[in-house]
Design a protein around this ligand. Structure first.
Ligand SMILES: [Fe+2]
Ligand SMILES: [Fe+2]
Length: 482
C-alpha cells in the first residue's frame, strides 16, 4: 500500500493515482509515475485520500465481527424495556440448554399451581437481600411475574455460589416450591463451557497489548513508551527479545488512547496538551514509529472524545484524524469483536475488546472481590462477567444507551481473548481456554485515581504467543513501585 505522502507527491506532479495504483508500494508507484510522465500516460481517475483509508480495511486480515446499529433521535421508555427484553430472551434461551433446566416453567404457572413441588425457573434478578435468619432472598422476574427464591445458609456450597449473583442478571434456579416461594437447590449462571484444548495458531506470531496510553497527559510515561518503541523497532533488547518484537503482528490498545479534556475536576493541571486534536497528533507522533507491518487495533475509552455511554462508537476523524491516517491503524467500537490471525486452514482468533468502565462496580459490590483486593483482582471480575455472559449486567455498573436491535454488551460467543483496560492494572492469565488480559497503562497516577483508590501498575506490555498461547508481561516501568 502506497503511503499518503507518496500519493500526494505524485498528485503534485500533475498525475492522478487510481485506487489500483495506490495499492502498490511507494517505490513501485514512483516507478510507474516516471513511466507515466515519460510516455505522457495518466494513471487514471483521481482519488480522495479518504477512500484509500477505507480500502485498506477490506484487504487486511483483521475482521470486524460486531457491527453496532444505532437508533437516531431520542430514546423512550419503550427502548429500555425492549433492550432488557432482548437480553432476557437471549440469556434465557442460553440457560434453557443447560442440563437440569430443560423443563423450566414460567413464574406465573408455578405460582398458579401452588403446593409443594420441584420447580425450575429462569428469571432476571430484581432484588437481593439477607433475611433476619441470615439466609439469602433473591427476587426473580420473568415476563409472566415475580417470585422469591431463598438460599439457605445451611446449604453452604450453594450459599457460597449465590455470592456471585448480581442485580439485573439472568439466572436459572431449581428448587422446591412451597408457600409461594422457592427454596433453591441448584443455581445456574449462563456460564462458559470448560474447554479441552486451547486454540493455537500454526504460526509463531505475537499480539502486544497496550492500554490506557493517555497521550496528552502531563503524567504520560514518555521515557517508558520510547523504550517500548525502541524495542518494537528492533533497536533495543537482546537477540531473543528482538526476535519476539519482529514477530509481533498486532498491537491492541484498549481505550483511553488520549487523556481527553474535562474528564474530571482539576484535570487541566495534569494536561500537557490542552486541545483534543493535538492530543491525537501526539498519539500519532509516537505510534507512527511502530513498524508498518504491525497492525494497531484500538477502541475508545471514557477519556476519548466520543459519548461515554456504551456501546461507544469509533472516535471520529474530526478528532482522531492524525491517527486514522496511519496506514496500520484500525479504529473500532467499544466493545468490539475482532477476528485476527487467520491463516490458510486456520480460522484465526476471536477477541472481545472492552475498555472496562463497569469493572469498578463489581470490584466494589461483589463482597469476595472487594475483600480480596477489589480492583487489584481484575481477573476475578473478568471471570465473573464471562460467566454471566454480559459486560455490564447490573444497571448502573456502566452508562449505556439502549440499542434497538440487540444488546451489544452480551457475550454471545466464547472469545479466544477477552481484553479490558480502564483500571490500569495487569492481568495475563488463561481461563477455560480464554486469554484474559487487562492491559496496564502508560501514565502515572492522577489525582483522580488517587481519589478513586486506584493503584496502577504502569508501563507493562503484555505479549501473547499465538502458537503456544503463552502470555508474558514485560515491565518497562522506570519509577518506584508503590
Ligand atoms: Fe485510563
Ligand atoms: Fe478509562
Amino acid at each position: 500500500m502506497a503511503s499518503l505522502e507518496a500519493i500526494r507527491k505524485i498528485q503534485e506532479r500533475g498525475l492522478l493515482v487510481s485506487p489500483e495504483a495506490a495499492r502498490l508500494d511507494d517505490n513501485e508507484l514512483f516507478f510507474l509515475a516516471e513511466i507515466a510522465e515519460k510516455k505522457g500516460l495518466i494513471v487514471v481517475k483521481p482519488i480522495e485520500i479518504e477512500p484509500v483509508l477505507e480500502e485498506k480495511k477490506e484487504e487486511e486480515d483483521i475482521e470486524e465481527l460486531l457491527v453496532i446499529e444505532e437508533k437516531k433521535g431520542k430514546r423512550s421508555y419503550d427502548d429500555f424495556v425492549e433492550y432488557y427484553n432482548r437480553r432476557y430472551e437471549y440469556l434465557s434461551r442460553l440457560l434453557s440448554h443447560r442440563p437440569g433446566l430443560e423443563n423450566v416453567s414460567s413464574i406465573a404457572r408455578i405460582s398458579r399451581n401452588g403446593g409443594r413441588q420441584e420447580v425450575a425457573v429462569i428469571g432476571m434478578v430484581r432484588d437481593i437481600a439477607l433475611t433476619r435468619n441470615g439466609n439469602k432472598a433473591v427476587v426473580l422476574e420473568d415476563p409472566t411475574g415475580k417470585i422469591t427464591v431463598f438460599f439457605s445458609k445451611n446449604n453452604e456450597e450453594l450459599f457460597n455460589a449465590s455470592r456471585d449473583i448480581v442485580l439485573d442478571e439472568v439466572i436459572g434456579i431449581k428448587g422446591l416450591m412451597s408457600r409461594n416461594a422457592i427454596m433453591a437447590s441448584q443455581l445456574y449462571f449462563p456460564g462458559i463451557p470448560p474447554i479441552q484444548n486451547m486454540k493455537k495458531s500454526p504460526v509463531e506470531e505475537y499480539i502486544l497489548f497496550l492500554g490506557d496510553t493517555h497521550f496528552g497527559s502531563a503524567l504520560f510515561l514518555e521515557k517508558e513508551f520510547n523504550n517500548l518503541l525502541s524495542w518494537l523497532r528492533g533497536e533495543a533488547g537482546n537477540e531473543k527479545q528482538r526476535e519476539i518484537a519482529e514477530k509481533i503482528k498486532y498491537i491492541v490498545i484498549t481505550g483511553d488512547i488520549v487523556e481527553g479534556i474535562g474528564i474530571y475536576p482539576g484535570q487541566e493541571e495534569e494536561l500537557r496538551i490542552r486541545n483534543i486534536r493535538g492530543q491525537f497528533e501526539e498519539a500519532a507522533r509516537h505510534l507512527s514509529r511502530i513498524p508498518r507491518d504491525k497492525k494497531i487495533i484500538a477502541i475508545p475509552g471514557n477519556h476519548d472524545p466520543v459519548r461515554v455511554e456504551e456501546p461507544q462508537p469509533r472516535i471520529p476523524a474530526e478528532y482522531a484524524e492524525a491517527l486514522l491516517r496511519l496506514e496500520n491503524f484500525y479504529m473500532y467500537t467499544n466493545p468490539a469483536w475482532i477476528r485476527i490471525g487467520k491463516k490458510q486452514g486456520f480460522e484465526g482468533f476471536t477477541m472481545l475488546l472492552y475498555h472496562g468502565s463497569s469493572l469498578v462496580y463489581y470490584a466494589d459490590h461483589i463482597e469476595y472481590i472487594r475483600a480480596s483486593g477489589g480492583q487489584k483482582r481484575a481477573d476475578h471480575i473478568m471471570k465473573l462477567l464471562l460467566e454471566k455472559r454480559h459486560l455490564a449486567p447490573t444497571q448502573g455498573s456502566n452508562l449505556f444507551v439502549p440499542t434497538p436491535h440487540d444488546d451489544y454488551l452480551l457475550i454471545k460467543q466464547v472469545p479466544d481473548f477477552f481484553v479490558t483496560g480502564h483500571i490500569h492494572r495487569v492481568v495475563a492469565q488463561n481461563y477455560k481456554g480464554i486469554s484474559l488480559i487487562n492491559s496496564s497503562c502508560w501514565t502515572g497516577k492522577s489525582e483522580d485515581q488517587e481519589r478513586r483508590g486506584l493503584e496502577p501498575q504502569p508501563a507493562r506490555a503484555i505479549i501473547a504467543n499465538l502458537k503456544t498461547r503463552d502470555l508474558r508481561i514485560l515491565n518497562f516501568y522506570l519509577g518506584q513501585e508503590e
